[in-house]
Design a protein around this ligand. Structure first.
Ligand SMILES: Cc1cc2nc3c(=O)[nH]c(=O)nc-3n(C[C@H](O)[C@H](O)[C@H](O)COP(=O)(O)OP(=O)(O)OC[C@H]3O[C@@H](n4cnc5c(N)ncnc54)[C@H](O)[C@@H]3O)c2cc1C
Length: 258
């Protein structure tokens, strides 16, 4: 979105494809923590960008899952891939059934603003890197929360930066601790089984929220490599990081492309 706005200001004709029905990407839901102070400000950035898009002459095509054909139909000189990141597929036994029944949900769904799924009273958050803030939020909202991670210790997602100290302070304050060294092995309705150094352990819950590590979603880069276009990748599609990185890369690139 940032690239489209700046390139438009510079005078390029810009088409922006977005597969969702709204612009904003992950930042639209990333700060959706009802009980955590100051997090709502994360949504100000996509709100600002949507406002700037409205004022621009960018040709926005919502609901379009852009592929090579759709992109090349525009006969572009320059293609910028800003498709973000996606959770690494997690092949836990019973995952499909647990997702179908609503017992297991992804953090992307747990935090979505429209029609979020019901989260039960006893919650397992699996993946502390991205899940610690949601765990805190749910704890503050009165849920019983277990924050479980496969790694040897809490390792915050890279967008967390210096607020890790606030997160760790709040965790200590509300009595929430990461339980490291637990690899999710399988899910059944009502329980999650983890492999630990001491063997298997089963934890009962009403909801399991899966917060997997993300990887770049940039298959379009390879697919477009043989096309006669100037091709660029920005933001999480390059490497999952923070919105500051995504915005900076897009703004910088838009001033380089002629
Ligand atoms: C839980 C969570 C909390 C976070 N909190 C913070 C934070 O506090 N601070 C911070 O700086 N960062 C935070 N981040 C990271 C931040 O959200 C990302 O770094 C940022 O959104 C990356 O922007 P992007 O434009 O590269 O990708 P995205 O925001 O993922 O946007 C990619 C867009 O491309 C669209 N798309 C994908 N494929 C196609 C296709 N083929 N055709 C059309 N459209 C497509 C997607 O629908 C999406 O709208 C958080 C992330 C998560 C998951």
């Amino acid at each position: 979105m940032e690239y489209a706005i700046t390139a438009d200001e510079i005078g390029h004709d810009v088409v922006l494809f977005e597969r969702d029905e709204t612009l904003g990407g992950a930042m639209d839901w990333a700060g959706n923590y009802a009980a955590l102070p100051n997090m709502e400000m994360l949504s100000y950035q996509p709100k600002y960008h949507r406002k700037m898009i409205e004022k621009s002459s960018v040709d926005v095509r919502l609901g379009v899952d852009a592929d090579v054909a759709a992109i090349m139909a525009e006969a572009p000189d320059v293609v910028v891939i800003a498709t973000g990141a996606q959770p690494i597929a997690a092949p836990f036994e019973g995952l499909d059934a647990a997702r179908a029944s609503g017992f297991a949900i992804r953090i992307d769904d747990a935090m979505r603003r429209d029609n979020p799924p019901v989260i039960g009273m006893r919650v397992i958050i699996y993946g502390a890197g991205e899940g610690a803030e949601l765990a805190l939020d749910l704890k503050l909202r009165g849920h019983e929360v277990r924050l479980i991670d496969a790694g040897p210790a809490y390792a915050p997602a890279n967008y967390i930066g210096s607020r890790v100290w606030a997160i760790m302070g709040m965790m200590a304050h509300v009595g929430l601790a990461v339980e490291p060294g637990h690899s999710l092995a399988r899910l059944a309705d009502g329980s999650a089984v983890f492999t630990t150094a001491g063997g298997e352990t089963s934890v009962e819950a009403d909801t399991v929220v899966i917060c997997s590590v993300r990887r770049a979603l940039n298959a379009l880069e390879k697919a477009l490599q043989s096309q006669p276009v100037s091709l660029h990748v920005v933001g999480d599609a390059r490497t999952p990081r923070s919105y500051a990185n995504a915005i900076h890369e897009a703004a910088y690139l838009s001033r380089q492309v002629r």
